[in-house]
Design a protein around this ligand. Structure first.
Ligand code: C5P
Length: 232
């Protein structure tokens, strides 16, 4: 499994995302399609981007009863995406059902990654709103290990948590890490951040980079800079 840079294509609609991807005439980046774009442009946008030669991380964070998740994952698998995700909070039974649904008749399937706790959820919110009393780091590592038990491939986490996840779940368990910023770039609303080079040192397998590339004056150069720091 090679390390790679995934561009978070957080655009409102089809035209914007395709215009953005038109800039990449050489290497075709791995792209992340989130709820916003998927709900506005539908499965067609996934097929179109795939047909252009990009790998796709479909970030829809499924969380429902096992049977519904299984059937929904079967639909996503037919879209031929390369990576998709769900909430580990759905329990091991839901995660196992998701894998069943994702697995194609020939035994192949997209990578399946778990969200542990959203970065927008603080320890205080977890206690008061979710009645989870344990320290947030312990909760995240527990959810990661349950994802591993269910047979998932990895988790989404901060680059700063990547080495701890590997300690708990093993070296092969993938860490997909947003919260990446260049040393000389805008931090924006991200808090627990690392540069691509630092994310590589800590052990991320995939970095998810949005605005530092999509809002750059030269997005292709910003992407190449990420690749140079993180992959090469
Ligand atoms: O623009 P930026 O580099 O901050 O984009 C990061 C991407 O990763 C966004 O699509 C954001 O929704 C996503 N993400 C995140 N933190 C998480 C999970 C996903 O920033 N914990």
């Amino acid at each position: 499994m090679g390390k790679d840079v995934i561009i978070a294509c957080d655009f409102d609609g089809k035209e914007e995302v395709l215009k953005f991807l038109d800039k990449f005439t050489g290497r075709k980046p791995f792209v992340k399609i989130g709820m916003e774009l998927y709900y506005s442009a539908g499965p067609e946008i996934v097929k179109e981007i795939k047909a252009r030669g990009h790998k796709i991380f479909l970030d829809l964070k499924l969380h429902d009863i096992p049977n519904t998740v299984k059937k929904s994952m079967a639909v996503l698998s037919k879209l031929d995406v390369d990576m998709c995700n769900l909430h580990a909070a759905g329990t091991v039974a839901m995660m196992e059902a998701a894998i069943e649904g994702l697995t194609r008749p020939d035994g192949t399937r997209p990578l399946l990654i778990a969200v542990t706790q959203l970065t927008s959820t603080s320890e205080e919110r977890m206690k008061e709103d979710l009645l989870i009393e344990k320290p947030i780091d312990e909760v995240i590592m527990h959810y990661a290990s349950r994802a591993k038990v269910a047979g998932l491939d990895g988790v989404v986490c901060s680059p700063l948590e990547a080495s701890k996840v590997k300690d708990v779940c093993g070296k092969e368990f993938l860490t997909v890490t947003p919260g990446v910023r260049f040393a000389d770039g805008d931090v924006g609303d991200q808090v627990r951040i690392a540069t691509p080079a630092r994310a590589k040192e800590i052990g991320s397998d995939y970095i998810v980079v949005g605005r530092p590339i999509t809002q750059a004056e030269d997005p292709v150069a910003a992407y190449e800079r990420c690749v140079n720091e993180f992959v090469d």
